[in-house]
Design a protein around this ligand. Structure first.
Ligand code: NAD
Ligand code: TYD
Length: 337
């Protein structure tokens, strides 16, 4: 089978390529990625010479390039996106372009080329925000209510994916997952930013009161969930994926990281809040558990220990990133480098 992976040089996409080559060694994987600031071929250097893997640099908004790479493809797994909420607040346009228009270009090409299965990776952020008090969780039937330019653009892409199924019969599935963490995550997101800052002797910036809650999902658990949905999920359906069984606010995440790195709370720094900051995400993953038998492999504490170890053992990987364009972004976002 020929598998086209978009955005495979990013965090989840590169973890997924590793996962897929290991678990489906007979397949041919093509990684199509523009290599934006978030794309990094270093994530894939161990498999760069694998005869079942190839890389094509290109933009999902470029119809011609997409047509070329779609030829003979059986399965598309679509990760490519602008993915960071704070960047979407600085500049929404590129989010609309890549996440909405780019997804449409891919869908159109998949349809023309009779692709057998198009799997779209989305986020729980399309459902909006929950209050801290409520026991309600997001599930497959929760109405869409996106509140940031990022989540609005992802919601737009989800609607297009469903529309191509309903209107043209394109065989699709969608996963809406919660916040991922693990190896190769760009250090603009909370967990890798916090770990790498502390290793460098810098503080962890905590937005607002720090009492914001995310449903943390380890990327390896996420990759298994996607594989199950592709293999056994029902065409046309959506599956939500989350990782937590208890709620942990950001401030407690930061404290866990400090304790794993043997540092005290003087490394915490409360900073200006994010505009329109979603208070809580909490996912009810009963459907994927009961229908497909998925559950996380480890609990949050075990996965966090492994994650902190990975960043401790791979300083070259993230130091290289933090020395580039990242400095300009950090200044803009946090005021001081
Ligand atoms: P990422 O930002 O680490 O990587 C995105 C990748 O897409 C990069 O390699 C980048 O070069 C590529 N890309 C961006 N624009 C492109 C374009 N126009 N054409 C081709 N390639 C392009 O993102 P991630 O964290 O790995 O997220 C992957 C997907 O999962 C995204 O669709 C995101 O919305 C979704 N998601 C992420 C999370 C999370 O916690 N990271 C949670 C839920 C959903
Ligand atoms: P983030 O990793 O950006 O993911 P998302 O916004 O998609 O959920 O942020 C996770 C949570 O951490 C969110 O509540 C914002 C907060 N946060 C901070 O407190 N400080 C930071 O420096 C960052 C990047 C995020």
């Amino acid at each position: 089978m020929k598998v086209l992976i978009t955005g495979g040089a990013g965090f989840i996409g590169s973890n997924f390529i590793h996962y897929w080559l290991e678990n489906h060694p007979e397949d041919d994987v093509v990684n199509f990625d523009k290599l934006t600031y978030a794309g990094n071929l270093e994530n894939l250097k161990d498999i760069a010479t694998n005869p079942h893997y190839s890389f094509v640099q290109g933009d999902i908004c470029d119809t011609e390039a997409v047509e070329k790479v779609m030829n003979g493809v059986d399965l598309v797994v679509h990760f490519a996106a602008e993915s960071h909420v704070d960047r979407s607040i600085h500049d929404p346009s590129v989010f609309v372009k890549t996440n909405v228009e780019g997804t449409n270009v891919l869908l159109n090409s998949a349809l023309k080329n009779n692709v057998k299965h198009f799997h779209h990776i989305s986020t729980d952020e399309v459902f909006g925000a929950l209050s801290l008090e409520t026991e309600e969780k997001f599930n497959e039937k929760t109405p869409y209510n996106p509140r940031s330019p990022y989540s609005a653009s992802k919601a737009g892409s989800d609607h297009l994916v469903r529309a191509y199924h309903t209107t043209y019969g394109l065989p699709i599935t969608i996963t809406n997952c919660s916040n991922n963490y693990g190896p190769y995550q760009f250090p603009e997101k909370l967990i890798p930013l916090a770990i790498t800052n502390v290793i460098e002797g810098k503080k962890i910036p905590i937005y607002g009161d720090g009492l914001y809650v995310r449903d943390w999902l380890h990327v390896e658990d996420h990759c298994r969930a996607i594989d199950l949905v592709i293999g056994k999920g029902k065409v046309g359906e959506t599956y939500v994926v989350g990782g937590m069984t208890e709620l942990v606010p950001n401030i407690e995440i930061a404290k866990k990281i400090l304790s794993l790195l043997g540092k005290d709370e003087t490394f915490l720094e409360y900073v200006k809040d994010r505009p329109g900051h979603d208070r809580k995400y909490d996912v009810d993953w009963t459907k994927i558990k009961t229908e497909l038998g998925w559950k996380p492999l480890h609990n949050f504490d075990e996965w966090m220990e492994k994650t902190v170890e990975w960043y401790k053992n791979n300083e070259d990987w993230w130091k290289h990133i933090k020395s580039g364009e990242y400095q300009t972004y950090y200044e803009k976002q946090y005021g001081q480098g």
